[in-house]
Ligand binder design. Structure first.
Ligand SMILES: Cc1cc2nc3c(=O)[nH]c(=O)nc-3n(C[C@H](O)[C@H](O)[C@H](O)COP(=O)(O)O)c2cc1C
Length: 245
């Protein structure tokens, strides 16, 4: 195993940071890493907004409810799926916007943005920094868009806190590969036989140092998915110009 993969397999989300700053050089490298990910047909359908204004940080942190580290982390980026540039090009050429309104375009920009973010995450961790994605910005996606003055055909997908780790959680055990990886076709039997993994996750949660709990992976997913979350996201996407068709 090479050092890149060793680092990737050590990933944990970091939610407590020291006061040590992320340097300008490090930030440049992080942005460059994000920009150099693969991108659908070279369209580069994402933007990254660094939030340096502490009042704005506080407002965004309040939206997340669960993520006070948004206030305190040295660096906080918001990742925006962004087809506004393409909209501008189409408008300038008197073309219709149908091709950027549809679900395919929305997926494309979501994928491009996520690839950029994960490139940044891997780069940050290779420098000894810690990161945490902040999807809970979508608790009030409309307000986030307003606070950041986002134009049409943009979506604030998630944030990322970055800093020097103060403490790190224990590694969360991922699924055994047989539960997630198959050859040639979907393996419904293996993919759904999760009893072994449930026990592994239960042991992890019972024994972990912070917030221990008696929960299996199945129980956790049941708790998450038995309720509909963020039912306003569809309406927000429509208000940004997407047809969702
Ligand atoms: C898109 C996305 C959104 C996330 N949003 C949050 C968040 O709002 N707050 C938080 O504390 N962690 C958030 N996380 C971190 C996950 O909870 C974490 O990755 C997961 O529990 C696995 O733990 P690990 O990253 O330590 O391995 C998010 C992760 C992803 C990929």
């Amino acid at each position: 195993m090479n050092p890149t993969i060793e680092n990737m397999l050590k990933h944990v989300s970091v939610r407590k940071f020291t006061d040590q700053p992320v340097t300008a050089d490090q930030k440049n490298s992080l942005i460059a890493a994000a920009q150099h990910g693969s991108t659908t047909e070279f369209v580069q359908a994402f933007s990254i907004i660094e939030i340096t204004d502490q009042k704005l940080r506080n407002k965004l942190s309040d939206i997340t409810i669960s993520s006070p580290h948004v206030k305190k982390a040295d660096t906080f980026y918001v990742f925006v799926a962004d087809l506004h540039r393409q909209a501008t090009i189409l408008r300038a050429n008197n073309e219709k916007l149908d091709s950027i309104k549809n679900m395919e375009a929305l997926l494309l920009s979501t994928i491009d943005t996520t690839i950029a973010a994960e490139n940044m995450a891997v780069a940050a961790e290779s420098m000894g920094l810690g990161i945490c994605y902040i999807g809970s910005l979508r608790n009030n996606i409309k307000q986030v868009a307003e606070l950041l003055h986002l134009p049409d055909f943009t979506v604030p997908l998630f944030g990322m806190t970055i800093g020097v780790p103060l403490t790190k959680n224990q590694l969360k055990p991922r699924m055994p590969q047989r539960n997630q990886v198959a050859t040639n076709s979907y393996d419904a039997t293996e993919f759904n036989e999760l009893s072994n993994y449930d026990q592994i996750v239960k042991d992890y949660y019972i024994n972990r140092q912070t917030n221990p709990s008696d929960t299996s992976w199945t129980e956790k997913n049941l708790a998450i998915f038995k309720e509909v979350h963020r039912a306003d996201v569809g309406a927000f996407l429509k208000s940004q110009g997407f047809s969702l068709s």
